[in-house]
Design a protein around this ligand. Structure first.
Ligand SMILES: Nc1nc2c(ncn2[C@@H]2O[C@H](COP(=O)(O)OP(=O)(O)O)[C@@H](O)[C@H]2O)c(=O)[nH]1
Ligand SMILES: [Mg+2]
Length: 386
């Protein structure tokens, strides 16, 4: 069975009653969202916090009601599905609807069809080499299997696009945890890609899993960066350590790791400033930070996560290549997928960078960071074609 059919069965075969339950939950979440809208009007930050608490309490209550007659893992999985579906809406309306339109436009597969398909894929941020190889495979399958109807090619297109990704077991989304002592996660990437936000969201996830989390404000360069991280720590209820603007990032990191060891933290997340325009300085700074980390905890950092903004397309890929030259990256977090209509950048990363995408950002709230799962991703993207 092809990948397309497998995913279709996995996600579409769900029984109706569960879908109904989800609709109820979705509604509750939407109501919560409206609450948060209202709170924007309020002047005091305290009141905002309180409102958020009220709405999240409501969500939790509803969730426990749903849980009664579903298995324990189902609700989080369904919730993740919804985040994927919602976050990939723009890409479905852009890239995928172009594919659907192409299928209805042509009655027979011909050269123009192939050319148009190629253009759609390139426009979707899928790397040029990947598209070329894909087109070769597709053309030869069409010839060999004597396929004439574009309708019959829909499934094959999805299968052929993603099979490389799925078959490759090197690409794991798992975080490499330190079994004895604090796990150190270092976050790098240029300014504005979503480092601080990602740390905040992930801190919330890890805290929910019962981990003791410390955030370290290693971006001492940009005004307000330390404050922004501190606010996230308060919002999600984890610890924070930071110094004044202009302090040596390595010294903040040193203090953070000492604290983590003394107070038995499970996870330390280090924010950094990403001034890629001065590569030599950035390299020196990262080397210094890495030295401090390794002195404090052998084998650390356990992950160096590069953050890429999906809306920047090829530019994001070049950033990845530049960072790859100056440091050892173990995983990528692809943010702002909700903001792109292209959706194919995951494949370009695979082709051109070949570092696993571990998390994706599908929106601005803390729930919107999800472990990258290729099957959920494909379903979220192509559900209208299934
Ligand atoms: N829509 C959307 N916005 C995001 C996402 N991740 C981050 N952002 C926004 O991107 C902006 C820059 O994020 P920030 O964490 O300050 O970037 P940093 O400079 O790399 O630390 C903020 O407004 C974030 O809310 C995402 O997944 N989706
Ligand atoms: Mg930041």
């Amino acid at each position: 069975m092809g990948l397309f059919s497998k995913i279709k069965n996995m996600f579409k075969g769900e029984n109706k009653s569960q879908e109904k339950e989800l609709e109820t939950k979705e509604k509750v979440i939407e109501e919560g969202g409206e609450k948060q809208e209202e709170t924007k009007e309020l002047s005091s930050a305290k009141e905002v916090e309180h409102q958020e608490e009220v709405s999240s309490e409501k969500e939790i209550k509803k969730e426990s009601e749903i849980k009664k007659d579903t298995s324990p893992n189902e609700v989080p999985l369904k919730r993740a599905n919804k985040v994927y579906e919602k976050g990939l809406t723009k890409s479905r309306k852009g890239f995928v609807s172009n594919l659907i339109n192409l299928t209805s436009k042509y009655h027979r597969i011909n050269e123009e069809y192939f050319e148009e398909l190629e253009e759609i894929l390139i426009m979707a941020d899928i790397g040029v080499n990947t598209v070329m190889e894909f087109m070769d495979r597709l053309r030869s399958r069409v010839q060999k299997e004597k396929i004439e109807d574009p309708e019959a090619l829909k499934e094959i297109i999805v299968d052929e696009l993603f099979i490389i990704y799925v078959d490759d077991n090197i690409l794991t989304n798992k975080i490499n945890y330190n079994p004895d002592g604090p796990t150190v996660l270092l976050f790098i990437g240029v300014n504005g890609v979503g480092k601080t936000t990602t740390i905040g969201k992930l801190a919330w996830k890890l805290k929910e899993e019962g981990k003791k989390v410390l955030l370290v404000a290693g971006d001492t360069f940009r005004a307000g960066a330390t404050k922004q991280l501190e606010e996230w720590s308060e919002k999600v209820g984890v610890s924070f350590i930071g110094k004044a603007e202009g302090a040596d990032p390595a010294s903040v990191v040193y203090d953070g790791l000492e604290k983590a060891k003394q107070e038995n933290y499970d996870v330390v997340m280090i924010d950094t400033a990403g001034r890629l325009q001065n590569k030599t300085n950035l390299m020196r700074e990262l080397e210094k930070i890495n030295r401090v980390i390794q002195n404090a905890i052998p084998n650390a950092p356990h992950e160096t996560l590069l953050i890429i903004d999906a809306t920047t397309g090829q530019n994001g890929i070049s950033q990845a290549k530049s960072f790859q030259e100056i440091t050892n990256i173990t995983g990528i977090v692809l943010t702002k997928l909700d903001g792109t209509a292209k959706g194919g950048i995951v494949l370009a990363i695979k082709e051109e960078v070949n570092i696993p995408v571990k998390y994706i950002g599908l929106g601005e709230t803390k729930e919107d960071l999800q472990p990258f799962d290729i099957e959920q991703y494909i379903y979220g993207l192509f559900k209208d074609m299934m």
